[in-house]
Design a binder for this molecule. Sequence first.
Ligand SMILES: Nc1nc2c(c(=O)[nH]1)N[C@H]1C(S)=C(S)[C@@H](COP(=O)(O)O)O[C@H]1N2
Ligand SMILES: [Mo]
Length: 597
Amino acid sequence: MPPPDPSTPENLPDGPASAGTPGREEGFRNQLVHGENTIDPATFAGSLPQDRGVAPRVRVGTNRWFNLLWLLPLGFVLLLAAVAVAKGIRGLPAVEHFMAQYPGTSALPVAAPSGFPAWIGWQHFLNMFFLIFIIRSGAQILTDHPRLYWTRHSTPGREWFRVQRPVPPEPLWTAKKDSISLPHQVGLPGMRHSIGLARWWHLGVDTLWLLNGLIFYVLLFATGQWMRVVPLHWDVVPNAVSVAIQYLSLQWPVETGWTNYNSLQLIAYFITIFIAAPLALVTGLGMSPALSTRFRRVSKVLSIQTARSIHFLVLVWFLVFIVIHVALVATTGALQNLNHMYAGRDDGTWIGFWIFSASMVVVVAGWVAATPFTIRHPRVVQRIGYALIGPAQRLFEHIDAKPGEYTEADISPYLWHNGQYPDSAEYKALEAGKFVDYRLRINGLVENPVDLSLSQLRAMPYHEQITQHFCIQGWSGVAKWGGVSMQAILDLARPLPAAKWVVFYSFGDGPDQGVYYDAHDIGQMKYKLTMLAYDMNGGALSFGHGAPLRLRNETQLGFKMVKWVKGIEFVEDFSGLGSGFGGYNEDHEFFGYRQSI
Ligand SMILES: Nc1nc2c(c(=O)[nH]1)N[C@H]1C(S)=C(S)[C@@H](COP(=O)(O)O)O[C@H]1N2
Ligand SMILES: [Mo]
């Protein structure tokens, strides 16, 4: 703990004295501006110009990058080679013998049902419908920080995957500048840095998808249908090999899907239903700041970046699965297959096809409308998204994690910068004067409104923590923060019982003008890891990271941790501030105000 600043003769100010400072009672709320309620893609997020990034690349060795587009010709050549090999070996006596022994299906228990009840058709449709929005918004979230890593340190150059150029060597380069855009009908909603809206789609529809999946599990086990999608005997492995040889040699297996899937299909369905889907949920939660900070043991193995990388690989599995699944449905007796899933019948009539076509009208309409709807009605997306995932976000906010989970050895070699740097004359003058004239203004619903200089803040008990930062865009890093705990600020300012929210105002504007601010539930201000930092990694907080003072609330995502803090206001609710959504990004970029996940 550094010694208190000797240049601080004053005691901490109390009530009336400092409250007498001229203009003291005047808050900062009049410096906020309203956000728009519709989106103009040209001016969204501070008129960030669109940036398409680069074709996907995977790192090989320390600094060589493999362009994944090469997989297209390579994969085609490999497929041709595999077909040639399969055709070549199929006539061999040993292979013939093997195929006769393992024709491609594993026997089912006698109790196994045959055919498809109507609920499977409905759930199949809903699953597909939800996945469209989940996948598109997921791609959008990925491109907001278009890099994937295996450790919690998001060090430029150490990513294993990127769809963006290398990080330029600019010291104040921001993650926002690193984001890329997607075509409007691919991403949801496509614009660069539209992660706020993409997250409502992703997390909101996730809740519906998970509910559908839960009902699916229950019905699967209640009706015995599970026996058809769970491997029950080791002979599924040789049978799956046999099916693969049959497909590749272009002499396809006999279709018995109505009663018993072939073993390759069975394994693919099993992985999708019982491994990929739950893994999507677990790795999704693994990116939560609140959960990762609390469950350090789990997060040690499944750090946010490992979780994010695996989450991405689950996406890849789903995409590959969908492509092969659709191709095989179409080429192994389309009418029959569509009748199975859409009409619950096992014949070659056109009934299933027409029901399928009607369902595709809904799917295509939903697909095409999603982005234009989001651009026209972003507040509706924000509200419905919060209605769906908000309860979970609220629940996880109750986690008051304990300190001491990270050590100096965990500190990241590089912590990304983010946000809009302050450039006002007021800030520049304070910075030039080494913040000697800086005053943190604390007012609102408190018994003791005070202005605190940096030396007064430094004279308060020193609070230090090594914690991990989670940016909404997807990058993370560990740093050591030094300053005062928010509890000490509460003890000094003594909030009135009516105070429910604590609003932090910045010297910096947001990208669409108006002061950057964010509101925090007062409950979290008492958490052990909530603090105002003026030191970082053993030195004074740098300009880029928020000098002279920034907030740390480790339950929340990074954008809520206001940098360059100039004032704190205690309020009863935040509906009268800015556009009333709880913060700058909430007002202007449709983020949520509870960001524990
Ligand atoms: N005043 C202000 N504070 C801000 C921002 C901003 O734009 N303005 N960006 C936020 C975001 S999105 C993140 S991730 C963190 C980044 O903190 P760092 O630059 O120290 O890593 O600051 C947050 N605080
Ligand atoms: Mo962020």
